[in-house]
Design a protein around this ligand. Structure first.
Ligand SMILES: Cc1ncc(COP(=O)(O)O)c(C=O)c1O
Length: 394
């Protein structure tokens, strides 16, 4: 066949995408092994029947043709109202583009702000798709390293330095954070906003976990002075409404940027199916009660997990305030996160994600997704800790 473009062959820098343990666990499950899967950020419940009914009704009602590319007006208006109420930043439908999931929003936002070869900053550890997303937009992915002892929060001075060195056009942040479970404090966000203003960066703020808050509050950096005009917020129904498979999310941005993003959507996705948008609108009109009900199991399991971790001192948890994950420090075992995860899977059929899958900064850590029932999580974490302890005697 003729050559493929380096853009696509180098999407993962020709190396792994960091998900080998996940794929290995899935293969074991397919072969009949009972694996406790604490890997992917997917709820252990399915989309609520009432939301599916709304989808079904919309489809049978005829909303199966091409939908309007920017999103149906009622959904854009509802999202604008929700954002205005939750952030205090006046937001209209012209600030919203409905996208097929947050991932499409991340890609589109980078396409909108990068020319080929432009540097784009992101914070390490990171959601696994970030560097590939930047490269897919023909950008140069530049990680900013963080430290476990700072709970993996970005140091604004390091971000500023990286921006100056690379000539970056954008900074991608994620709070509440996957994979660490931290929520960026206001002071960090203010300092990062200052860096963006000083260095003339776009801030791409991934807020897909903004309904999963266990401690403290979520602050959208779009609310900070001078930031609405240089921030693109990525939102999604995947995590808030257990609608991962429906592929529905949005970008919030200045209206002139949304106009250009609509051009991009016209040239790529051509919008989101109308019946999915109707179902999303239905789900949003259920209000925060539904969101809280979906978040509740993770809130409970995080507390339970922290109790298990507190009973021993080989494994420690990065202080977490939100999102459906816990990042565990297993450096006392002397193993890398990858080796630990591989050995845990082989010895105990428990699958966790190696920290290294999320970047260099999280080496010697593993990420646990709080996505199995309480009893199973309790037992798996007890086993994980005992296994870690046993490794310290090797
Ligand atoms: C931090 C983060 N951003 C974005 C996404 C993408 O979500 P979706 O495309 O399902 O909206 C995920 C999914 O796991 C995520 O963890």
């Amino acid at each position: 066949m003729p050559q493929l473009s380096p853009r696509i062959t180098q999407l993962n820098e020709g190396g792994s995408d960091g998900w080998e343990v996940f794929y290995r666990a899935r293969a074991m499950v397919a072969a009949g092994t009972d694996v406790t899967e604490l890997t992917i950020g997917e709820h252990d419940i399915r989309t609520a029947p009432a939301i599916l009914d709304a989808m079904h009704e919309a489809a049978h009602g005829g909303h199966t043709g091409y939908a309007m590319v920017p999103g149906i007006p009622a959904l854009r208006a509802a999202l604008a109202q929700r954002l205005t109420e939750r952030t205090g930043v006046p937001t209209t439908a012209e600030n919203i583009l409905v996208t097929p999931g947050g991932q499409a929003g991340l890609f589109s936002a980078h396409m909108a702000v990068l020319d080929p070869g432009d540097a784009a900053l992101y914070v390490d550890p990171y959601y696994a798709t970030y560097p590939g997303t930047i490269r897919a937009a023909s950008g140069r992915a530049v990680p900013v390293q963080t430290r476990a002892r700072d709970a993996f929060l970005p140091d604004p001075a390091a971000v500023s330095e990286a921006a100056a060195e690379s000539g970056a056009k954008s900074l991608l942040i994620n709070t509440p954070n996957n994979p660490t479970g931290t929520i960026y404090p206001q002071a960090t966000l203010e300092a990062l906003a200052e860096v963006c203003r000083d260095r003339d960066l776009w801030l791409i703020s991934d807020e897909v976990y903004d309904t999963q808050l266990w401690e403290g509050a979520h602050l959208s950096p779009r609310t900070l002075p001078g930031m609405a005009e240089r921030t693109m917020v990525i939102g999604s129904m995947s995590k808030s409404h257990a609608m991962t498979g429906s592929r529905i999310g949005w970008i919030v941005a200045p209206a002139p940027a949304i106009e250009r993003l609509i051009d991009l959507a016209t040239a790529t996705t051509y919008g989101v199916p109308g019946y999915i948008q109707d179902a999303a609108l239905f789900a949003l009109t259920r209000g925060p009660d539904l969101e809280e009900r979906i978040a509740a199991p993770f809130r409970r399991r995080r507390a339970l997990a922290l109790e298990v971790i507190a009973r021993q001192d080989t494994v420690t948890a990065i202080p977490s305030q939100g999102a459906m994950y816990l990042m565990l420090d297993i450096r006392a075992t002397g193993l890398s996160g990858r080796d630990f995860a591989d050995r845990l899977l082989d010895a105990h059929h428990i699958a966790v994600m190696p920290g290294e899958s999320f970047g260099r900064s999280a080496a010697g850590h593993v990420r646990v997704a709080l996505t199995v029932d309480d009893a199973r999580l309790d037992a798996a974490l007890g086993t994980l800790c005992a296994f870690a302890e046993s490794l310290t005697h090797e």
